[in-house]
Write a protein that binds this ligand. Structure first.
Ligand SMILES: CCC[C@@H]1NC[C@@H](O)[C@H](O)[C@H]1C(=O)O
Length: 607
């Protein structure tokens, strides 16, 4: 698995060829593609850009809402000179499940739509010739998919997605696809643990390779000057007068790893790594031993027409908007984002709460009365009482966490993990499940980053049964919107402060941050006095929350929901998507963004 977690790079020994572009595409509603030979070509394809979600490119309802099996097929030339090494296709994601075929031979299967996997193709290719690459995907949701939902049939047999989450179930080959060449003896993993020692740093490292030759690691500063070197697959790199990575003041070293046979370089890989520590202590979150205050957002990878398709332009605009407003952090709600997003956060010095795609584990929030209305009423009211959740879903969750940590562990920006969003923690059945996944991440994350989950308002202080596993508390609360909205907003302050004081009593040493709060706001609606949905009201809600946050020194961060308006399932509570953005879906600020800009530019990143 580790090789799949290494971000693809070209080096002196590695080659890479993009497979992005136009692929053949066809729905397979009767799941007959394998039997009918679609692995070698589609009978009646259309063309589909990769990377992209397929939904919003279509103009007909059947295609947009399609749920079930669907295929992508392309022709791939594989250079003959690559025969002496390992040739793999890396899918940065395939949502939600994928089976890969080369010239009709199955070469990979992966479940989980937000993390990479590779298909090793040496034994299936025609060298120095054209090959057929076919990918069969499926986007159905269940209690054993992450994210969680249901799939049901209309009377005419059409499958319908019923997400238990408030974002559109976009799917497809939504991130980059690359053909990779690496030597047979190759670097497969790099792990680093940073220790700050006055003005110096000591970096414990571990390299995994597929062979027995020795390894060297060289560290270069941003001017390309060597600052440390070590030999062996494990060791410590001592960096004098270290330039630490900090919030909004990033510094990245280049760690160059080589497998060597004497002077011959067998394989070379590098990563850009910021040196920092992060910990929770005495109701504070500390980066490099200094107390931080997090200002930022819950986000989505979401944009018009592209859907959840990787969009470097939109990502760049999002970072520029976040820098403009004075943010220093974000949560990858509600799934691991594209690696390019984390490299951007490394470069810009953003504190990232890296969230697993475990959303929807609370039946009563299923789909927010969405038009497609989830139908699992035959199931127990609390998610974790379901036997299949305690067995199958837990196994899938653990594997997903292993993949997420393996992929993201070197990023300086990844400063904390969120293992679930808004799970049902009202019932004791959640406790063993939570302890299993939190113990797992504690074991596999060598940097021992703080871990948490986003707490839902239906499981408040005194009801929540699992808060003991969290290193810090992260609350999603909606006074001023779902409760105590409009003219009752003042009641929200009273109730929220009462709950916060109960949380502090329950967990007196743990810092608390808010990972969601806000109000749906239609850009352009103005009312005096304000009414809900108006821009003026969103400002009032932000002001209400600001007063609450400023009342307690153990509140360490504020991340309103959401950076941008985003697409959801249609339903009576969504007006072409969720409108809680501080920016519109085309990334333009609403009135409340200017309030937050004034507030956040006056709050230092470090207390
Ligand atoms: C009461 C739960 C609120 C909910 N939290 C998860 C987000 O993914 C949704 O978008 C947000 C909302 O309804 O706006």
């Amino acid at each position: 698995m580790p090789f799949e977690s290494l971000y693809p790079r070209v080096t002196a020994t590695r080659r890479m060829q993009s497979m992005n572009g136009s692929w053949d595409f066809q729905f397979d509603p009767e799941s007959k593609g394998v039997a009918e030979g679609w692995t070698k070509g589609l009978p009646n394809p259309t063309d589909m850009p990769v990377p992209a979600s397929f939904a919003d490119v279509f103009t007909d309802k059947y295609s947009r809402e399609y749920t079930g099996d669907f295929w992508y097929v392309t022709t791939l030339f594989v250079p003959g000179e690559w025969k002496d090494g390992s040739v793999d296709i890396r899918f940065d994601s395939a949502t939600h499940a994928a089976t890969v075929y080369v010239n009709g031979t199955e070469v990979a299967h992966h479940e989980g739509g937000f993390l990479p996997f590779v298909a090793h193709i040496n034994d299936a290719v025609k060298w120095n010739d054209y090959n057929i690459v076919a990918v069969k995907l499926n986007n159905e949701l269940s209690w054993q998919t992450l994210p969680v939902g249901e799939t049901y049939r209309l009377p005419d047999g059409t499958l319908v997605s019923a997400p238990y989450f408030d974002f559109y179930n976009y799917s497809g080959l939504q991130r980059n696809v690359n053909l990779l060449y690496t030597p047979n003896e190759r670097i497969e993993d790099l792990d680093v643990v940073h220790h700050i020692d006055g003005s110096d740093a000591h970096v414990d490292y571990t390299v995994a390779t597929s062979g027995d030759h020795d390894v060297e690691v060289v560290v270069l500063d941003e001017d390309g000057v060597e600052v440390a070197r070590a030999n062996g697959k494990q060791g410590t790199l001592d960096i004098k007068d270290v330039h630490l990575w900090n919030l909004r003041a990033a510094y990245l070293y280049k760690f160059v790893v080589r497998i060597k046979d004497g002077d011959t370089v067998i394989d070379e890989y590098f990563d850009e790594i910021g040196i920092r520590t992060v910990e929770v202590k005495d109701c504070k979150i500390l980066v490099n031993g200094r107390e931080v205050y997090l200002k930022g957002f819950g986000r989505h990878e979401d944009s018009n027409v592209h859907g959840r398709g990787f969009d470097a332009v939109m990502n760049k605009r999002d970072y520029e908007d976040m820098k403009w407003i004075g943010a220093n952090s974000f949560r990858t709600s509600h799934y691991p984002y594209a690696e390019e997003q984390l490299y951007e956060a490394d470069r810009d010095g953003f504190f990232v709460i890296d969230e697993a795609p475990t959303v929807g584990m609370f039946k009563s929030t299923m789909n927010f009365l969405g038009a497609s209305g989830a139908v699992g009423n035959d199931k127990p009211k609390t998610f974790f009482e379901e036997e299949s959740v305690q067995t199958e879903t837990l196994a899938i969750h653990r594997r997903t966490l292993e993949e997420m940590v393996a992929r993201d562990k070197r990023h300086a920006s990844v400063c904390a993990w969120s293992l679930l969003n808004e799970p049902d923690t009202t019932n004791e059945a959640a406790v063993p499940y939570f302890e299993s996944i939190f113990d797992l991440v504690a074991e596999i994350d060598t940097q021992k980053r703080p871990k948490t989950y986003a707490s839902i308002m239906m499981s408040p202080a005194g009801v929540d049964k699992t808060h003991h596993v969290a290193d810090f508390l992260m609350l999603n609360r909606y006074h001023g919107w779902y409760v105590n909205g409009g003219y009752a907003i003042s009641k929200g302050t009273i109730e929220m402060k009462a709950e916060l004081e109960k949380w502090h009593e329950l967990e007196p040493t743990k810092p608390i941050m808010f990972s969601e709060y806000g109000a749906d706001t239609m850009a352009g609606i103005h009312k005096l006095p304000s009414v809900m949905w108006s821009e003026e009201y969103q400002v009032e809600v932000m002001k209400m929350w600001a007063e609450i946050f400023d009342s307690y020194d153990w509140i360490v961060g504020e991340q309103p929901w959401n950076l941008n308006d985003f697409q959801t399932t249609e339903g009576i509570m969504r007006v072409d998507g969720n409108k809680k953005g501080l920016f519109t879906r085309d990334r333009q600020p609403k009135m409340a963004a200017f309030f937050l800009k004034d507030r956040w530019t006056a709050i230092p990143d470090y207390k």
